[in-house]
Design a protein around this ligand. Sequence first.
Ligand code: SF4
Length: 941
Amino acid sequence: MIAFLDYIANYINEQHSEDSGEIAVVFPNRRAIRFLKNSIAKSIKKQSWLPDMFSMDDFIYHFSDFEAADRNTQLIELFKIHRAKNPENTDSEAAFEDFLNWGTAVIQDFNEIDMYQIDAKEVFSYLSETKAIQLWSPDKNELSDFQKDYLKFYQSLFSYYKHFKSRLQKKELAYQGMAFRDFAEKIKEEEIQLPYKKILFCGFNALTRSERNIIHELLKTKQAEIFFDADAYYVDNPKHEAGLFIRELKEEFNLQNLHRIEENFKKEKKIEIIGVPKQIGQAKLCGKILQDIKSKEKEIDINDTVVLMNDENLLEAILQSIPLEYEQLNVSLGYPLGLSPAFQFFQDLFQLYISAQENKDSKKLVFYHKHLNKILLHPYLALVSADNKNIVAIKDEMLEKNTSMLSSQKLQKIMENHQAADLYEKFFSFSENTQDFLLAMDNLCVSLLEANYEKNSISTLEQESILAFQSLLKQIYELIKTYALRLRLKTCWKLIKDNCNSESIALIGEPLQGLQIMGMLESRNLSFKRVIMLSVNEGILPMGKSQQSFIPMQIKRDFGLPDFHRKEAVYAFHFYRLLQSAEEVFLLYNTETDSLGAGEKSRYIQQLLYELPSYNPDINIRQGVLQLKPDVNENNWIAEALEEIHPKEEKIQEALARFFERGISPSALNTYISCPKKFYFRYILSLHEAEEIEESIDERNIGSIIHNVLEDLYQEHKGKTLSVKDVEAMLEKYKALTLLHFEKQAFGEDKNYGKTLLMREVAHNYIAQFLKKEKKRLETHNIQIVGLEEVLECQIDKYHFKGKADRIDIFDGKHRIIDYKSGKYNPKTDLKIPKEKIKNISAIIGNYAMEKNIQMILYILMYSKSNPQLKIKEMEAGMHFLQQSSKDFVALDAGAYAEENSFKAYEDLILGILEEMETAPFTAMNEKNKCSYCPYQNICH
Ligand code: SF4
C-alpha cells in the first residue's frame, strides 16, 4: 500500500512536473511538510521547483492582514476591557487573579464563534431571561441569584467581543478564529488573490465553517483540489462516526470522486488488544513488544514503527522502556510544559516564596520547613552545588533544631556556616517584587543549564523544559513591563501555571529517522506499518466530556457549534486512519482505575471487535489481559513483561542473608506478614522513610511518649515487688514526667497550646488509667518487675531472633511478657490464633490481624529458649491496651498448643513463614486500606 504522503508526492511529480513552483500544498499541521519533502525527493524524476507548503494556520496568517496574537497578549487585552467596564473594583491585582479564572474560556468561546462564522451578537443575545428559564429551570418561575448573575455576565459578552476584536485590530493582531473569519469573508468577496495555479488541501477531515468556506470558494474557482487520507470501511458506512466529516464534505463540496479513499481494512492485518495493569505496565509492555519486533526481524525498517501516546504522562516511562537497540528515536508530542520534570521544581520554588510571603513576620520572609525541604532535597540544588555534603549537613541541622518555620536570615546563617552561601544566593534570596523575582528565576535557569553543561546529569527532556520555562518567564516579564501590570507573586504563578499547561515543549530527534514516538494529533497524514498505541482507554480516547465554555451546550447546538459528538468523531477518525495503513497493530490499555479513568478499554476497541471481523473475516484480532500474578504462564511473551521480585535472585539472597544476620525482629516479621512487598522495600532494599521535622504530635509520637513515661516510672522498682504505695507515688509524678518527654520531643514552641496540649491531656489520661488499674491489680495480686525494655534473643534452626519487650513481670508466680499498645483491642482477632490457621501459612501472609499474634509468639519463643527451666504453663505473653480503660491485660490465647507443653507448633509456624520469605516472590498485597498509609505507595504502583 502506498503511504498517503507518497501518493501526494507522486501526484505532484506526475501532474505538476512543469508547474510545481506555482502550486501550494496545505496540511492540517506543519509536521507533514517535512515528510512530504522527503517523499518528493525520493520520487522525483527530473529537476523541478518544490511547491510552497503550509500548515492551515500558517497559510491563513501568511496571506492575512494580521499577525497572530499570542495567548498572553490576548488575555491582557481582554483584561483591559474588563477593567474599563468595572472601574468600581479598585484592587487591580485581585481583579486580575479573578479574571484568570474565566478569561481563557471566554477567549476560547470568541475563537470558536469566529472559526464557525457565527453571528456573535445573536449568540450572546439569544439567552433572554425567558429562554434561560426554559433551559435551566423548567419547573420554576424564577432564576436563582447565581443564574441571574450568570445571565447578566453572558449577555455582556458581546460587548467584550466587539471591543476585544477592535483593540486587536488596531494593533494588526488577530486570534486564530478572527484571522480565519476575516480570510473567509475576504476570499468570498474576492479581496484576496492567492498567487498559485493550484492549492492542494491534503489530509483534512473535520473543518470549521470558516475553513470549509475558504476551501469551498477555492474549489469553486478550480484553484484548489482536496485530498483525503481515509478508508472506505468508515467513509462508506453512513453510520460510522469516523467517516462523518468526509461524507459531509463530499456532499457540501459536491465532490463526485473522493481522492483518495483506500480499501486497506480489507487487507491482511494483525491486531493485538492487550489490557495491562497500571501506566507503568503499559510502558514495560511497549518495551517488550519493541524488543520482540527487533529480535524477530533484524533488518526491520524501524522508521515504519510508531509508538502512539494518548496520555503524555507516560512519556518518561516510555523513554526508559525503549530497548537499547533502538538507537534513533524521534519524539514529537504536544508534551505540556506542566508535565515536565522541571515544572515540579519551579512550582515548589514559587510555593516556597508564596507561603513565605504569607507567613511574613515583621520584615522577614519565613519559610515553612516542608516547602524548604523540597528545594533543599531537590537534585537541582546538588547540580549547582560544589559539595553535596553541605546540603545534607544543612538538612540535618534543621532536623536537629526541629524548626518548622525558619526565617530567611536564619537560613542564610545556617547555609553560610556550611559554606553554602552561594546556594543561598541562587535559591533563597529572591526579591519579593514580582518582576525582580522573575529575573532571579531567569538567572537560576541559566545557572542550572550552565551547571549541567559541566556535569551533564539531567536528561534532554529536562533541559528542554528548563529552556521552555525560561522563555516563558521572559514573556511574562515583558508582558508585565509593557502593560505596567502589578501582580502579586501568587497571581503571577497562576498565569505562569496556566501557560505551562497549554505550552508544549519542543522534543527530541530527527523526524525522518528512527522510532517515532508521537501523540495522536502529530500523527495526522503519516502512515506506519507497525502501530503500538497506548492508553486506549475510555475517558482518554475519546476524551471525557470536559469543556471550558460559557456558551450552554443547547445554544451551541442551535448555532451549529461543535458538540461532544462531533468532537468525539474527530478522534474516531484519527484512530481508524492510523490503523488503516498498518499491518501490525498493538492496542494497549490500562486495566486499573486511576485518576484518568475507570480502567475500561476505549469504545473504539469495542467497536473494532464488534464490527471489523464481519467486514474482513481474515483480519487477525487477538485480545487478552495481562495479570500481575505469579502464576501466569511464563512462556507467554506477555508474562515476561511482568516484573516479579523473586528471592531466588542472587542479590536478593545476599540481602536476605544480611537481614537474617542482624537478627529477625517481631516488627520485621510483621511487616512481611502484612505485605511481602513492603518488607522487600524496607528490609531488602533498605528504603526507609525520610526523617522529618515533627511539627505536631500524632498517634505514633504519643505512643512512644507513654512508653517512655511508664519506663521511667517503673525504673526504680526493677527487680522488686511492686506495692500499692509505689503506684500511688507514680500517680503523683506522672504529669511532670510526661511534660518532660513532650519537651524532649520539642514540638516547636507549641507544647502549651493547641493540638500538643490536647495530646498531652490524652497521654495523661492513658497513663492515669493504666496506673489506677495497676493499683487495683495489686490489691489482689503479687507483681514483681523483672525487666523493662528487655532485649530478648534466641536461635531457632539457622535463624537468629532478636526483639525488645516493654516489660517482664512475674505475676502471681507466672512469667508475663508485656507489650503496651496504644491502639484498641479487637476481641475477634487480637491474640487469638484459630487452630486451622497455625499450619496454613498462606492464610497468615497478608493477614493484618495476625501481626499482634506473631509478635507474642516470638516473645514466648525467645523467652522460653533463654529460660529452659520454665514450663510452658509458667509463662505467657500479652498486651495492655492503653486506650481501653475496661480492658485489663490480655494474654495470647495459646489454645490447644499449650497443652502439649511445647511451642513446637509455633516454631513450625515461624519457620514456615521464613521459608516462604526465602522462596516465594515478594508479592504486593494491594489492599486499599493499607496501601493508602504505606510510605512506598508511590513506588509500588
Ligand atoms: S503500597 Fe500496598 S502493596 Fe505496595 S508495599 Fe505498600 S502495602 Fe504493600
